[in-house]
Design a protein around this ligand. Structure first.
Ligand code: SF4
Length: 193
């Protein structure tokens, strides 16, 4: 784990702002993209010192101006560190919310807005956590529907796509198959009459 040593060496924004790039790169090497990340970390710490008195601002607009901080990260910081309601949308939230049928959209910003509209602000962060964990453990790219408690409320399951990975092509194929099945069933019933 990288953070214990990192936070011990750079306990606040001024310490991180003064970090030497090679030292910081060495500490975060195992996380990947360490050159870009170290540049963002030092840039972010400098901006915190210069514009926010060394403190992390509790507002989306100010957070997303910091180097390396996007909307998803800003929502994580708001919801988990600063007690301000935020609903981070990552790939798990996108996949699970679309499969269940809560939303029908691939755009994280629109999905965030739609989910936020459905819930009171005090539940935003927990809802995102629940969708992320469900996406990691059960509703994976290849979903474990037979083990899932959400089945009765899930559009994806109701339509019969229980094992196929989500992808536009596979969803369209499975939808076609499901429609064919229904048409055949109806045709059989009509023929019996
Ligand atoms: S029933 Fe399947 S698709 Fe629906 S939420 Fe559960 S795992 Fe995901």
């Amino acid at each position: 784990m990288v953070t214990p040593a990192l936070f011990a060496k750079y306990p606040d924004a001024p310490a991180l702002a003064a970090a030497k790039t090679p030292d910081l790169e060495k500490m975060i090497l195992s996380t990947g993209f360490f050159r870009q990340k170290s540049k963002s970390l030092i840039g972010m710490a400098n901006m915190l010192v210069d514009e926010h008195g060394g403190q992390v601002p509790a507002a989306m607009e100010a957070l997303t101006k910091l180097p390396g901080v996007g909307r998803k990260t800003a929502n994580v910081v708001l919801g988990h560190a600063l007690g301000v309601p935020g609903l981070p949308v990552d790939r798990h939230v996108l996949r699970v919310a679309n499969r269940i049928g809560l939303v029908k959209n691939d755009d994280p910003v629109k999905v965030e807005a739609q989910l936020c509209e459905m819930l009171p602000p005090e539940r935003w962060t927990r809802a995102s956590d629940a969708l992320i964990l469900h996406g990691r453990r059960i509703c994976k790219p290849k979903p474990l529907c037979p083990r899932c408690n959400v089945r009765p409320d899930c559009d994806f399951y109701r339509l019969g796509f229980t094992t196929k990975p989500v992808g536009r092509a596979s969803v369209a194929k499975a939808a076609k198959k499901a429609v064919k099945k229904v048409v055949k069933k109806v045709a059989r019933k009509v023929a019996k009459k």
